[in-house]
Design a protein around this ligand. Structure first.
Ligand code: SAH
Ligand code: MG
Length: 206
């Protein structure tokens, strides 16, 4: 069981694991944006789409001591790895996590209650569907954070003028659609942070 002060060292170990196994966890540049957004929101119920090894889940829980977190992962092997990491992080973390294994789009309709922080970080080509899928689960005051929205600079801004190459096309077009949706969604205010692979933060304040 890890003591609170050892969680940072544990996160370093997870970062190493992710590097060695090429698991696309939050990039170093994006981590402070993510952590600060969690801290500012002080959420009680967090929903995450795309657990991978549980790195961002642990980071979110470190920044919000009172919160519980539901996270969804479709890859069973990754989910097992995440479970093992979370167990090793200790009861203070493991007991606050519900890890669901399956496709986010199938599991979202089975969830109930209100979440005040949602982190979208699963299949990039499904972000518009995920946005729709989480709407009925949002607390009146909630924040929806989406990672990788600028995908290697191909989504918007300088360098994104060329028609994206075939293997990325659907993803890039859907990410553009996601940004259009969140920027025009009534009741939301969205900011896109360029750090890392781009992170869209949409605050709902009704
Ligand atoms: N949030 C993690 C990284 C997630 S990587 C972190 O920053 O630490 C994206 C993960 O989403 C992968 O593990 C992938 O298996 C999972 N995924 C992709 N599509 C999904 C879907 N439709 N439903 C659930 N999980 C999905
Ligand atoms: Mg990501």
């Amino acid at each position: 069981m890890l003591k609170m002060e050892n969680i940072d060292g544990f996160l370093r170990e997870m970062e190493r694991y992710a590097r060695e196994h090429e698991v696309p966890i939050l990039t170093e540049a994006a981590r402070p944006v993510f952590s600060q957004t969690v801290r500012r929101t002080a959420p009680l119920r967090i929903l995450e789409l795309g657990t991978a090894i549980g790195y961002s889940a642990l980071l979110a829980l470190r920044e919000s001591p009172g919160a519980s977190l539901v996270t969804i992962e479709r890859d069973a092997a990754l989910a097992e790895t995440a479970k093992a990491f979370l167990q090793r992080a200790g009861e203070n973390y493991a007991a606050r996590v519900t890890l669901l294994v399956g496709e986010a789009e199938n599991l979202l309709p089975t969830l109930s209650g209100e979440f005040d922080f949602v982190f979208i970080d699963a299949a990039k080509s499904r972000y518009p569907d995920f946005w729709l899928g989480v709407q009925s689960l949002l607390a009146p005051r909630a924040v929806v954070v989406a990672d990788n929205v600028l995908f290697r600079g191909l989504v918007e801004g300088e360098g994104s003028e060329a028609w994206p190459k075939h293997s990325y096309r659907t993803m890039v077009l859907r990410l553009r659609e996601y940004l259009r949706i969140v920027r025009t969604a009534p009741g939301f205010r969205t900011e896109v942070f360029p750090e890392g692979d781009g992170m869209a933060v949409s605050w709902r304040d009704e």
